[in-house]
Ligand binder design. Structure first.
Ligand code: RB5
Length: 155
């Protein structure tokens, strides 16, 4: 159950970040803001990295990161060991990213979706639980690639 969340953004997502923070705080989530609040160009890897470090260290339960497309900021977050950040533009993928991939970070694009869709995606992601079982083996394989730059079963 995620209760404390990091939220990060670049300059494209100031308003979306603000509205989602309000939305989630009203639902009782604790939000740690690691994004920019200034309406000037901002390098998205900075907030993607900061949010990812908080998730990887266990200081927060999960992270939500937003840039124009969700792509750049998710790529940065996924470079931190232990992070599984998925870009989702609709709720089905967000739900499955938890159930099958045990995603611990969610990304989307403020230039791709509207804030009401973002709320539905966030709700689907937060409500879903990792299903384990056969999915655990596959997530373990992803983490093996991260840890060893190799995958035994691929040989
Ligand atoms: C900023 O113009 C844009 O490149 C950024 O928000 C993001 O979409 C990158 O992936």
């Amino acid at each position: 159950m995620m209760k404390k969340l990091a939220i990060g953004n670049d300059h494209t997502a100031l308003e979306m970040k603000r509205e989602l923070t309000e939305y989630l705080e009203a639902k009782g989530y604790e939000i740690v803001n690691v994004g920019t609040d200034e309406p000037v160009s901002f390098h998205y890897p900075i907030s993607g990295y900061k949010a990812a470090k908080l998730v990887a260290s266990g200081e927060v339960d999960g992270g939500i990161i937003i840039c124009g497309t969700g792509l750049g900021i998710s790529l940065a977050a996924n470079k931190v060991n232990g992070i599984r950040c998925c870009v989702c533009s609709e709720p089905y993928t967000a739900k499955l990213s938890r159930q099958h991939n045990n995603s611990n970070m969610l990304a989307f694009g403020a230039r791709v979706i509207g804030v009401e869709m973002a709320k539905m995606i966030v709700d689907a992601w937060l409500e879903a639980e990792f299903q384990g079982g056969r999915h655990q083996n596959r997530v373990d394989m992803i983490m093996e690639i991260e840890q060893t730059q190799d995958l035994k079963e691929a040989h």
